[in-house]
Structure formats: C-alpha cells, structure tokens
Design a protein around this ligand. Structure first.
Ligand code: AMP
Ligand code: MG
Length: 409
C-alpha cells in the first residue's frame, strides 16, 4: 500500500478506491437462512432451477381453450370441460371449447385461448367473435425459467424480486455469507449523544447515526464502544476492543494531523496505517490500515465528508468483504442545471436536487456544500460527480448517483 501523506500531492479518488477494494478480503463463512430472512443478504452459491416456470402451458386470460383448426365463423362450440387454476385438465375433445381462467392449465390438444370478452354464450354453448390466431393468450411452459437455468448468481445482494424468483422455483432456504460485524468509533471530546444535555462547546454525535444507518442498510451488525475521547489512551483502548469485537473498524474524526487527532498514532501503535490525502471534496483525509489484524478505515469527522467517503469508499470495501459481486453504485447521466466558472482541484461529490425539465434531468446543488453541513444531504436526491478542474456550464452531462442506489438517506 502506498502512502501519499508526505508527498504533498493528493491521491486520485480512483486509485484510492482501487487500493482499498484490492485489500478487501471476502468472508468465507456461510449460513443457511430461510427465504423470509434472506432479504439484503449476499447469496453464497449460484442457484439453478430444478423446474420450469411455469411448469405447464397455461392461460393468460379468462376465456376458452380451443384447437385453432376447429375455428370457423359462426360455429357454436359445446363446452366440454371447466378447468379452474390449480386443477388438472384432461385432453380436449376435438371440436369443443374448454372454459378456463387465468393460470388454468391448457388441456392437451388445445392450442389457442379466446378471451371471454370475445365469447358469446349461446344456450349451453359458446360462439366466438373476432379473429383468433393459433397460440393466442397461452403462456408457454418455461417462458419465465427453464429447468437448469441459472436463476440468481452467487454474490447477488438479495432484493425482494430475487426472493420472489427463488420462491418461484421452489427454494425455501438459501446459503448466504455471514453478516459482517462492524465497529463504529466516533472520536471527539465535543461529542454528546442525543437525549443528553448539550452544554456549551459540545455538539451532538450525528456521525454514529449516519454510519450505523448506512451499515444496517448494508446488512452489517454494528458494534460501538460509545464516543471515544480525544486522548491516546481512550483511542487505543477503543480500537483494541473493536478489533476483538468486529470484522472491520470504521472511525470518524481524529484522522487529520492536529494535536487532538489521536487516531493515526493509536492505530500505528496497535497495527499499521496509511494516511491518504485523497483528491475528493468533501473528504480528503482518509486512513486505512489494521488494528491487531482487523481492517481499519478512518473517515474524516465532518458529517457530509463521512457520508460521501462512506458511500464512495467504505461501502465498496464492505460489499466486497461481504462477498457481493457488484460493489460500486450505478451512475446515471444527468444535465447540470447550473453554471460555475471556477474549476476545483479535487473531484467533487455535490449533494444535488434532480428534477425533470423539458425531457431532461437537471441537477442543482442543494443549499450548502460545506462538509460540515449535513442537512443539505436530506434535501438532495443524490451525488453529482464533478471531475477535477471542471468548469460547470448549464447543460453539461455529468455522472449522478442517486441515494436510492446506495440506500436512501
Ligand atoms: P475532526 O476530524 O475530528 O477534526 O472533526 C472534523 C469536524 O467534524 C469537527 O468540526 C468535529 O466537531 C466534527 N465531527 C467529528 N465527529 C463528529 C460526529 N460524530 N458528529 C458530528 N460532528 C462531528
Ligand atoms: Mg476531532
């Protein structure tokens, strides 16, 4: 791992991310959970179907099954059978119609369904109006999934639609990677927990809640020693305890090189650390190392810098550790809805509001982009990525990551 801390030069975001992801070791342990409990978990094996979905040809409509060859204008068909969904059909008697419903199995020998809106009951029989074409309104066996198809790949984070597809092939439980245990350390003598009085000079610890929320969305179990005081001893003690209790340690604050920033020295005394100065805004100081063998990521202290560095750097790292295949958020292209004549030397992740205007998606920065301001993230729909030195003109096409991609904020 290279350390760019002394070079004075900022390290590009992409190389920081690549280094981080390269270092992530995926957990190997798996557990079997019921489908009901599998939401958000990472699938540990490819799943192939042992059956076809649907298992047999069935009707897409309420109506009548016939053999197309028997159709002739004005003919009244007798109704030889009634097949409700879930009930067995016997072969069609040629020249007759079979009453059926959406999902009913198509009787052997029938090849066309005529919907009931095109059927007129005549006494005991039925006459069809309109043009029927052979094969109409039949859902073929296997049109969804065929026997042997891979339905979901190992490394997929299971969303509701994955659970539905797994259920459709009869799977009741799945093998998933075990949950990660993540320690969250919030450093700072100024911090107090919400619910407590906030005397002069103190602020509430917001980073814990942002981080534990983001981690919970990722399916991690969160452990915290509570607020960590700005002393070498308290920082060392919290780190040592975290290394025993967790698979990964994430801290916020204390990674700059001020007199009250003890994280760097404490991690170095218990393990090793690189301090990166990344060319990103908000963000910049980011520490990465290990405490007694447990990976450690030190995020900055400012609340919006925490949000951005977690989403863009820590999240892909944790996803890889969890065994997920797709670890980077999907980007979409939107138009800048603003001008800014000055370029910035760091890649920016602006909190933006996106709206549709004249068929275009326009991104406009939320009220404040200060790294200490979190409320603008609440207004925003996601992060707009402005490349280094880019002067923004209205209409520029830029990458946008919606918060919905990364767990709504
Ligand atoms: P630091 O990196 O420790 O110098 O912190 C940078 C800024 O972030 C300071 O203004 C801190 O007060 C603020 N900060 C640090 N940790 C937290 C936290 N857990 N919640 C809210 N603000 C914080
Ligand atoms: Mg601090």
């Amino acid at each position: 791992m290279s350390c760019s801390c002394d070079s004075g030069k900022l390290q590009p975001f992409e190389s920081g991310l690549a280094q981080l992801v390269e270092a992530a070791r995926s957990v190997q342990e798996t557990e079997v959970v019921e489908l009901q409990e599998a939401l958000g978990r990472v699938l540990a094996r490819d799943i192939h179907s042992t059956l076809s979905v649907p298992p047999a040809d069935n009707s897409a409509m309420d109506g009548y099954a016939v053999c197309a060859k028997d159709l002739e204008e004005g003919k009244v068909f007798s109704i030889s059978q009634r097949v409700a969904a879930g009930h067995q059909a016997s072969a069609i008697q040629r020249g007759t119609a079979v009453r059926l419903f959406t999902g009913s199995e198509i009787p052997k020998g029938a090849d066309t369904v005529i919907m009931q809106e095109e059927a007129l009951i005549e006494g005991e029989g039925v006459r069809f109006i309109g043009e029927a074409v052979k094969g109409d309104h039949i859902r073929k066996a296997g049109q969804d999934i065929n026997i042997g198809d891979q339905v979901i790949a190992q490394g997929t984070i299971l969303a509701p639609q994955h659970l539905g597809v797994l259920a459709s092939v009869g799977i009741a439980d799945v093998s998933v990677y075990r949950r990660l245990k993540v320690a969250v350390l919030n450093t700072g003598d100024e911090l107090v927990m919400p619910g407590m009085p906030c005397p002069q000079g103190k602020i509430y610890n917001s980073n814990y809640f942002t981080l534990s929320g983001l981690l919970t969305r990722l399916g991690c179990d969160v452990w915290t020693p509570g607020i960590v005081k700005d002393t070498p001893e308290a920082t060392q003690q919290a780190l040592a305890q975290a290394s025993i209790n967790a698979d990964v340690i994430i801290s916020s604050g204390g990674v700059s090189v001020g007199e009250e920033d003890h994280v760097k020295a404490a991690v170095e005394s218990l393990g090793s650390l690189d301090l990166w100065r990344l060319a990103i805004k908000p963000g910049k100081p980011l520490a990465f190392g290990e405490v007694k063998g447990t990976p450690f990521i030190g995020l900055p202290g400012n609340p919006s810098a925490v949000l951005v560095t977690f989403l863009m750097l820590a999240r892909p790292y944790l996803l890889k550790m969890q065994g997920a295949q797709k670890i980077e958020p999907r980007r979409y292209q939107v138009c800048a809805g603003f001008d800014r004549s000055k370029g910035v030397s760091r890649k920016e992740f602006l909190r933006v509001v996106v709206s549709a205007e004249n068929g275009q998606l326009l991104a406009v920065p939320a009220h404040s982009q200060s790294s200490g301001v979190l409320s603008s993230a609440v207004m925003a729909d996601g992060l707009l990525i402005v490349p280094e030195q880019h002067r923004v003109s209205r209409g520029d096409i830029l990458d946008f990551i919606p918060f919905s991609e990364i767990g709504s904020i």
